[in-house]
Design a binder for this molecule. Structure first.
Ligand SMILES: NC(=O)c1ccc[n+]([C@@H]2O[C@H](COP(=O)([O-])OP(=O)(O)OC[C@H]3O[C@@H](n4cnc5c(N)ncnc54)[C@H](OP(=O)(O)O)[C@@H]3O)[C@@H](O)[C@H]2O)c1
Length: 340
């Protein structure tokens, strides 16, 4: 295991993060407490120190298990949890990114986690309602109170993250150090704006769903069971072609498809700290093997080709020959350090 700084901060995190959405059986496909502990122990003995949970995962069981597992060495762990998602049905203020829910949710998480502080608090997703200033000021208050050390944001459009960090920087509030979004060979749309933004703002990127919930392991091509429903876009004709390509590359390299899929996300001209999900210990042991090899360029190109997406406007327009000619006065090819 190697370590990375978390974006524009001095915090050191392992090069992969353990996802714990699978800790608890309440959602029908997770691991029971005993298996969850085995997953945790495997990650710890591999040198992992970065662990991701959320207030809502498995109706609170995930936070409770994680709190218990890290208790004997709490300060060693970089513990990340999230707020936003509702903790109670039919109660408007038990959900969202507003200050009341933020404060309530964090205090509840601290109780379930049985800890005095959260290392990294994520906004789980943008609620399209709360003003950016209210969110950033609320998060900054939690940092000032010592309840939270760093803040990050997940599942949010790039322009909102940029606006939030710009406002935070100008006002002297804590800015987001990290960003979380779905990213895999099945979901490359973050290449349009989120990834370039992360590079420009020096945000750590921690992608989730890097094996498409299991679809990229090829298990559904082989008719095996798993948690991805058969009507999911992760299992349609196009996704199956991509999964097939991952399986072929894995066979040629004598590694496993999960290792290829996760490894691919780590070589994207951007530091990526994948959040690895596992329902069983043996899956995590397999997936951690993604750290031990390099995919040759020609195979990366094959995977890129089968999974390629349209970047859309304005990206395609700005790359067109006519625009390059006009904007660079015909000298584009001579510029070694253009930022495109
Ligand atoms: N911010 C967000 O909105 C958000 C959303 C989702 C997840 N997350 C975070 O990201 C983490 C990972 O996400 P994820 O679980 O959705 O995605 P994932 O890592 O793409 O998928 C994990 C699933 O794939 C299967 N699997 C894992 N390793 C395998 C292996 N080596 N071989 C075969 N199958 C394997 C297991 O399902 P089966 O055993 O059923 O096949 C497992 O539950 C979560 O735990 C959570 O911390 C964040």
């Amino acid at each position: 295991m190697r370590y990375q700084l978390l974006g524009r901060s001095g915090l050191r995190v392992s090069e992969v993060c353990l996802g714990t959405m699978t800790f608890g059986t309440e959602w029908g496909w997770g691991a029971d407490k005993h298996e969850s502990f085995k997953i945790f122990e495997t990650f710890a003995s591999a040198g992992g120190n970065f662990i991701d949970t959320a207030n809502r995962y498995t109706e609170g069981s995930s936070e409770k298990y994680v709190g218990e597992f890290i208790e004997s060495d709490r300060d060693h762990w970089v513990l990340a949890t999230k707020f936003t998602l509702k903790d109670r049905n039919n109660d408007l203020n038990y959900a969202g990114n507003h200050r009341k829910n933020l404060m309530r949710s964090v205090l509840s998480s601290l109780k379930r986690l049985n800890t005095e502080y959260i290392d990294l608090l994520w906004v789980h997703l943008w609620d399209n309602t709360t003003p950016v200033e209210e969110v950033m000021r609320g998060l900054d208050d939690l940092v000032s109170r010592g309840l939270v050390h760093y803040v990050g944001i997940s599942d949010t459009p790039a322009w909102i993250v940029s606006q939030a960090n710009t406002i935070a920087d100008f006002r002297g509030w804590n800015a987001f150090a990290a960003i979380q979004f779905e990213y895999s060979l099945l979901q490359r749309t973050p290449e349009r704006d989120l990834i370039p933004m992360a590079r420009a703002l020096d945000l750590a990127v921690t992608p989730w769903g890097t094996i498409g919930g299991g679809a990229l392991t090829g298990k559904y091509l082989r008719g095996e069971a798993g948690r991805v429903p058969d009507d999911s876009a992760r299992r349609n004709e196009h996704s199956s072609l991509i999964a097939q390509a991952v399986v072929e590359v894995a066979n040629e390299l004598d590694v496993t498809p999960a290792q290829v899929a996760i490894n691919w996300t780590r070589h994207r001209n951007q530091v990526m700290i994948p959040i690895i999900g596992a329902s069983r210990e043996k899956q995590l042991i397999d997936s951690l093997g993604c750290l031990n090899f390099t995919i040759p360029d020609a195979m990366i190109q094959r995977l890129n080709e089968v999974s390629k997406i349209e970047l859309g406007f304005p990206h395609e327009f700005l790359k067109s020959d006519g625009v390059k000619e006009e904007a660079f006065g015909g000298l584009f090819e001579k510029l070694d350090n253009h930022r495109g």
